[in-house]
Design a protein around this ligand. Sequence first.
Ligand SMILES: O=C(O)C1=C[C@@H](OP(=O)(O)O)[C@@H](O)[C@H](O)C1
Ligand SMILES: C=C(OP(=O)(O)O)C(=O)O
Length: 451
Amino acid sequence: MTEPTEHPPYIDLQPVMHVEGVVRLPGSKSISNRILLLAALAEGETKIVDLLDSDDTQVMLGALRALGVEGSEEPPSAVNGTATTIHRVRGANGSFPNKQADLFMGNAGTAIRPLTAALAVIGGDYQVSGVARMHERPIGDLVDALNAVGAAIEYTGNPGYPPLHIRTGAFNTNRLSVRGNVSSQFLTALLMVAPLMAHTHAVTIAVEGELISKPYIEITLNLMRRFGVTVDQDEWQSFTIASGQRYQSPGNIHVEGDASSASYFMAAGAIAGGPVRVEGVGRDSIQGDVRFVHALEQMGAHITMGDNWIEAKSKGPLKAIDADFNHIPDAAMTIAIAALYADGTSTLRNIASWRVKETDRIAAMATELRKLGAEVEEGPDYLKVTPPKVLAAATIDTYDDHRMAMCFSLASLDGAARSGTQVRINDPKCVAKTFPDYFTAFAGIAHEAKY
Ligand SMILES: O=C(O)C1=C[C@@H](OP(=O)(O)O)[C@@H](O)[C@H](O)C1
Ligand SMILES: C=C(OP(=O)(O)O)C(=O)O
């Protein structure tokens, strides 16, 4: 593997013969950004252990700092031989000290959506923006839900999309309604701020129509509970927050490893030998993406799980899969790559949300898989992948999408079938969104083919 130099335009991955090893996962992005906001809204100081350090958490930390929320970071320390980080957030108890701020949210959906809801409900004078792609990612369903009950949010660019201007509204409602078929993050955002609207009366949030990515709502409800707020759930249709509940710091809270980041190593083990073990998530995880390994099992991989680890190894060539991946949209991208090594055509269904994420992931995946020789059929909400007999060497474009870069590293895993051709990944640094050290971790389990 050629290590990247300063701002490398690409990284070349030599064909890998065998994978084996142990990877300690970085903290979960979804859990980290939720905990940061809940800790900021809570009463008391929260000590956060093993927060993810990546672009998405840095924008959340930066925004909270700009809003006057106080915090500190301790230098990493070793606990039982493993490096551990500690962040402290002093909760501002349901408000933000700074009533005016210009907030840059990068391309972090888990930051901009919940924070927009919090700013709208708390009130002030705030500008909220992101990178160019963030200004193409929808936020209209959330803005509509909030403005319908008295928020004062305006679009300063294109209607339906950031950037936003948020001013003080006048809330007096006990019922909100939100669409759930574009992103579950809108419902997550409303759930997280509902206690701030429920001082004197209960607040119910109704979901209009279909709700996608449901396991992420479970993460939200779980973490709200850890901060002292319980939600009465009526299936996936409505959520009620009883009055008088306030966020209280749980004292210490630990961030489990990122289950979506685990998917690349689990797939590597399933494709190219293994065993590969990830540490930091396991059967106790609150992240829906751990269910990714069930899809790998269906494809024929051998999976074992402990409370806080998962291990994957190959049991022979992978079998093609035809399944609904609505519940694990992020980890499902890894299945599209595992499909390159399967014995027939795989179909990933119900993945329309891919089109409004870091890039249009259905289009990007189809284009790049074809470069490797796969036959790909792309639909509005599905992808069909038929692998080639032998993967072609290719230069993969990553569209500023961390998951494109991480997924396509797995296309180097057919060392046995390919003599000396390589995969080039353009702009590998885009992995910094959630996993800055990804390529070092990948090199740690990858054993190159020798010719
Ligand atoms: O709430 C969350 O932490 C997330 C929800 C999902 O988004 P959608 O609900 O938009 O599918 C997922 O893709 C994203 O990476 C993280
Ligand atoms: C969709 C993703 O991110 P975001 O939190 O920005 O929606 C992702 O990480 O795959």
